[in-house]
Design a protein. Structure first.
Length: 69
């Protein structure tokens, strides 16, 4: 099987991912998880909400530092 061990990517990026949009979607999911945590009292949802919100903030901070927003 020729080339089976080659480290060639299967997918080539044709467009730059919209990291700002992704960050906003993560923040929205975080808000939904926080609401679910309040409704159910489930600490797992609370932890998920904090994780999603923190990741969204980190992405936006990185974009700001790089001058992309």
């Amino acid at each position: 099987m020729a080339g089976a061990d080659a480290a060639e990517p299967d997918i080539t990026w044709t467009t730059v991912p919209d990291y700002r949009k992704m960050a906003h979607e993560l923040a929205q999911l975080g808000a939904e998880a926080a609401q679910r945590a309040r409704m159910t009292g489930d600490g797992h949802y609370d932890r998920l909400a904090r994780t999603l919100t923190n990741r969204a903030g980190e992405i936006l901070n990185d974009l700001e530092r790089s001058g992309k927003i």
